[in-house]
Design a binder for this molecule. Structure first.
Ligand SMILES: *[C@@H]1O[C@H](CO)[C@@H](O)[C@H](O)[C@H]1NC(C)=O
Length: 289
């Protein structure tokens, strides 16, 4: 029975995918949404802000500092009297030095900005989205989160982490039936923002795969976001064979396989794992959980 359902689902997704190439689905209106973009001082972030016509003044928050993230989240809610309904996790850095020569702090910074910040942003903003069953979480990862290359260990590790985190969160929302909270994972090829300037692939290939124009990249990402597409690779030729991922996962029970694990761990270690007295900053409720 489950096998039949999975096959039907696969056929459905293939058909839907083909139909969507010809008839593009209607884009959703986003007026009335409160959009928060991290890293909006950068090239891509600024373009995203323009696309969303985000006209509120930026707040300076260190996304790697969870105390700051949680407190600012509260401030935003109090000051604006509204919940953030669209979260664009866009902030990213790269160490740009070989691992062996790279100061440890720089390696850590890459993980903190590109990966750890996703944890804090999610904890700060996603509970309200779930309660209202309305929202959209957008993670700007990279094709370097799907495929890797030499000498950017910090960046690849952080982007693979970002992809893994995003996909796990997306599975969680789906299995718990928060179908109103959408997710979009954006995996662009190298964008011409100066971040990876001078990187170079084989000339013949570079003809087809030049670094992306930032505006093109954001435009393609917006096209995907506005139709609630779960994954977009830019350019599309880099699309990982992800089509039936969700349905085959569901069939195999892979999407939920960690639930018993989480429960066991939490029950077995409840006294120590849920009672963390070692936090100095106990003021914020999220920090004392
Ligand atoms: C924000 O979300 C919380 C939690 O669901 C809800 O109680 C509150 O009413 C929401 N605020 C607004 C302005 O929608």
């Amino acid at each position: 029975m489950d096998l039949q359902m999975m096959l039907l689902d696969v056929i459905y997704f293939i058909l839907r995918g083909s139909v969507r190439i010809v008839f593009r689905p209607r884009t959703k209106p986003i007026d009335g949404e409160l959009v928060l973009i991290t890293g909006s001082g950068g090239v891509l972030g600024r373009l995203f802000a323009l696309e969303f016509t985000w006209d509120l003044g930026p707040r300076l928050v260190d996304v790697t500092n969870r105390v700051e993230v949680y407190c600012t989240a509260d401030e935003v809610r109090t000051d604006l009297g509204r919940n953030v309904t669209m979260l664009v996790n866009n902030a990213r850095v790269v160490a740009r030095e070989r691992l062996m020569d790279c100061p440890d702090e720089l390696v850590e910074r890459t993980m903190k900005v590109n990966c750890h910040a996703l944890f804090w942003m999610t904890k700060a903003f996603v509970p309200q989205m779930k309660e209202q069953n309305h929202g959209h979480i957008i993670t700007i990862a990279s094709v370097l989160g799907l495929f890797s290359t030499a000498c950017v260990e910090d960046y690849c590790a952080s982007k693979f982490s970002a992809v893994g985190f995003h996909e796990s969160l997306a599975h969680e929302l789906l299995t718990e039936e928060f179908d109103g909270v959408k997710t979009t994972l954006v995996c662009p090829y190298i964008v011409d923002t100066g971040m990876f300037d001078r990187c170079k692939i084989r000339d013949e290939v570079a003809l087809f795969l030049a670094p992306l124009d930032p505006e093109y990249c954001v435009e393609q990402a917006m096209n995907a976001i506005l139709i609630d597409q779960p994954l977009v690779c830019i350019p599309r030729t880099l699309m990982k064979a992800q089509l039936s991922n969700v349905v085959t996962y569901r069939f195999m029970g892979s999407d939920k396989c960690m639930y018993p694990f989480i429960e066991t761990v939490c029950l077995a270690y409840r006294p120590s794992c849920c009672h963390r007295t070692d936090y100095i900053e106990k003021k914020h409720p999220l920090l004392s959980q």
